[in-house]
Design a binder for this molecule. Structure first.
Ligand SMILES: Nc1ncnc2c1ncn2[C@@H]1O[C@H](COP(=O)(O)OP(=O)(O)O)[C@@H](O)[C@H]1O
Ligand SMILES: [Mg+2]
Length: 446
């Protein structure tokens, strides 16, 4: 992409409505624009990152054997009356009446709709286990939408639902989700800690929230610092392997990690004092096992092969895809702007032409641009006729992890400069070598 042809409405002034850094930078970098409280348009740069996160979530869900589908945003009220949640959900639910006077709602989550799909088609244990998911816009009429995409009213969420014959099978699905979520967040460059949590309106005894530590997080969390040492890395995972998934679950939940809702002073006191940590966190996902709660109220049963009709065991699992943009920025930025982790960056590398219009500099930038593109990478080339200072400012704000700076002075010596956004370290090298270096960094990521 050439910046002269892109739509990147970078703001010069600091937007006053933004209370936290991720909200401020998303507005300043021209990623989003508010349309009404808690509802945003996603401008090209923001949309590009959103799509990248969505793709990672899709890949990791399907790697775990979960099936993608798409349910509508608008749902009929009857299903929620059947489960008993139509009244319980309260004013967070946006209720709509269609022209025929039918009660509809903008889905805040999909347990009812998916259970209805399940019971319409599945009658036998032979068709289990089954996990279906979608990534779709949700609406919750939050009392206090704030912090930009972090607590929106309209937000983009992956929600998945498992159907199993027994509690034991459903708990494997629970563990499998935990493992696939750990992979997902690691690919995004995030450390998200699973913490024992509270069921809330979805209900259930087994639930973990995934929290990214950040001072601006809305949740208070307590944990044993040992959890920070855990990494999934690139270990081989067989998602059908019950013992392996259980092992990873045990590994991550062996150490104390709870939100304030479930925090227990007595158990916490057993953690050695120097490892006791109290901090704030951003909830980027949650998994639930809730047994037969919905399959009973909504009559979702299967033949168990022994002549009995039994209620299926279910769980639901959510990742806040749009919130993740905010969480990643909260976890990765400096005073000049965003610093994207390589796995989610909107463009792989910036190309900064110090002197647009200079024939040699223009040609060198074009050559680098073409070589990177030919390697399947996406550079963002600042070819505008602007002062170098303004170009540096924009690049730093947008936060691409790598930048190649091209200027007439360096070209005289046959070199360009490769700069790492995170460390600020620069290295001079011939243009071909710069391209090779960038390609190497992204091998296995892009
Ligand atoms: N108002 C919101 N704005 C953005 N993301 C949200 C919002 N509410 C929930 N999410 C995201 O969706 C994920 C799954 O939702 P859920 O656990 O049902 O939400 P909650 O815990 O707020 O009831 C959450 O972990 C969070 O990342
Ligand atoms: Mg939650």
């Amino acid at each position: 992409m050439r910046l002269s042809r892109y739509f990147l409405p970078v703001l010069k002034e600091t937007p006053r409505e933004a209370q936290i850094v991720s909200h401020r930078y998303m507005l300043q970098a021209g990623m989003i624009k508010q349309s009404s409280a808690g509802i945003y348009s996603w401008l090209p740069l923001g949309f590009k990152v959103l799509r990248k996160l969505e793709n990672i979530v899709h890949e990791e869900q399907q790697r775990a054997g979960h099936l993608p589908m798409l349910m509508p945003t608008l749902q009929p009220a009857e299903l929620w009356q059947e489960s008993g949640r139509y009244n319980d959900y309260g004013r967070e639910m946006l209720r709509i009446e269609d022209r025929h006077g039918r009660d509809m709602l903008y889905g805040p989550t999909n347990e009812e709709l998916i259970t209805d799909i399940f019971r319409s088609h599945i009658t036998s244990y032979k068709e289990l286990p089954l996990t279906l998911y979608h990534i779709q816009w949700k609406f919750r009429d939050e009392v206090r939408p704030r912090f930009g995409v972090m607590r929106g009213r309209e937000f983009f969420m992956k929600d998945g639902y498992n159907f199993d014959l027994s509690k034991e099978d459903a708990l494997h699905a629970y563990n499998r989700h935990l493992v696939s979520y750990l992979r997902t967040y690691e690919r995004m460059g995030l450390k998200a800690i699973p913490m024992q949590a509270d069921g809330g309106p979805i209900g259930g005894d087994y639930t973990h929230e995934f929290l990214v530590l950040a001072e601006t997080g809305e949740s208070e969390v307590f944990y044993d610092s040992k959890v920070l040492d855990l990494h999934l890395g690139d270990r081989e995972i067989d998602f059908d392997d019950v013992a392996q998934c259980q092992g990873i679950f045990d590994e991550w939940t062996a150490h104390y990690a709870r939100t304030d809702e479930t925090h227990d002073d007595a158990i916490y006191a057993e953690v050695p004092e120097e490892r006791r940590q109290k901090a704030r966190g951003i909830e980027v996902g949650q998994i639930f096992y809730f047994g037969t709660k919905y399959s009973q109220t909504m009559n979702a049963t299967v033949d168990d092969g022994k002549g009995n009709k039994v209620n299926v065991h279910m769980g639901s699992h959510g990742i806040g895809v749009s919130r993740l943009l905010g969480a990643i920025i909260e976890a990765s930025h400096d005073d000049k702007g965003i610093i994207w982790p390589e796995g989610v960056t909107p463009f792989h590398c910036g190309i900064l032409n110090m002197k647009s219009g200079d024939a040699e500099a223009d040609a060198a930038c074009e050559a680098i641009y073409n070589s990177l593109t030919a390697l399947g990478l996406e550079p963002l080339y600042d070819d505008r006729d602007e002062r170098a200072g303004a170009k540096f400012g924009t690049m730093d704000m947008v936060g691409l992890p790598w930048r190649i700076t091209v200027g007439p002075r360096g070209l005289k010596n046959g070199v360009v400069e490769v700069t790492c956004r995170r460390t600020g370290d620069s290295e001079e090298m011939p243009p071909e070598q710069a391209v090779e270096k960038i390609a190497k960094i992204y091998a296995g990521i892009a």
